[in-house]
Design a protein around this ligand. Structure first.
Ligand code: PGA
Length: 253
């Protein structure tokens, strides 16, 4: 049985004081949840303080991006070691907003996955098709290309440390959630592809989150699907009660 994993991607929200206040509330609200892996991914500026507040709780901390070089003249970038020193355990890689607005490619996503694993961070790697690609019947081709690229050069042992997030781009921040059947179809496809690339064992153990307008009201149907192992949450993670309610649904599995 794969444990459900719910991660909150704060994107560019919350100042330091807002972040501190938020996680102080959150740790009390989530204290009794034991069955679900819970992660929050604040902005870089509040990572250190958030990690300190959540130290020794049931809530893990992740960053939203990293650079694939160790250090150097890369103005505005952040390294894996900097994230580790700020208390990070996870890192989101290849979010569609990074791919769309900041020119991330399948190749840089793969480089970032390698660096994160080398340094001991747990990557949450995002994949997903654009609306035009879905309408053009290209969903599985796009997903296959992204999956093959992200795993390139990884051993089975390294691959087993990943969490994947299937996020149809047309469902992100739009309120248009994929139907459970649409999501399940892609999740099963990804799992089969992992079996082909590595082994059935690996495919059965790697968790695949769904992301895109997931919230407490639609989480049960999505999480009931056999290949959906959690959620990467944007909008619904920004208020303590909506995030709590969603995790309560995940605890029911
Ligand atoms: P959303 O974002 O829940 O606001 O759709 C999900 C994500 O971008 O990870």
């Amino acid at each position: 049985m794969r444990r459900k994993i719910i991660a909150g991607n704060w994107k560019m929200h919350k100042t330091n004081s807002e972040a501190i206040q938020f996680v102080k509330m959150l740790k009390v609200k989530l204290i009794n949840f034991k069955k679900t892996d819970i992660v929050v991914c604040p902005t870089f500026t509040s990572l250190s303080q958030v990690s300190q507040i959540l130290d020794s709780t049931n809530i893990g901390v992740g960053a939203q991006n990293l650079h694939y070089e160790d250090k150097g003249a890369f103005t505005g970038e952040i390294s894996a070691e900097m994230l580790l020193s700020a208390g990070c355990e996870f890192v989101i890689i290849g979010h569609s907003e990074r791919r769309q607005y900041f020119n991330e490619t399948d190749q840089t996503v793969n480089q970032k996955v390698h660096k994160a694993l080398e340094k001991g961070l747990k990557p949450i790697v995002c994949i997903g098709e654009l609306l035009e690609e879905r309408e053009d019947n290209q969903t599985m081709n796009v997903i296959e290309r992204q999956v093959r690229a992200l795993f390139a050069g990884l051993s089975e042992e390294q691959a087993s440390k990943l969490v994947l997030a299937y996020e149809p781009v047309w469902a992100i921040g739009t309120g248009k959630v994929a139907s459970p059947e649409q999501a399940q179809e892609v999740h099963a496809f990804i799992r089969n592809l992992m079996a082909e690339l590595y082994s059935n064992n690996l495919a059965q153990s790697v968790r695949i989150q769904y992301g895109g307008s997931m919230k407490a009201a639609n989480a049960k149907e999505l999480l009931s699907q056999p290949d959906i192992d959690g959620g990467l949450i944007g909008g619904a993670c920004l208020e303590p009660d909506s995030f709590r309610d969603l995790i309560e649904v995940a605890e029911g599995f």
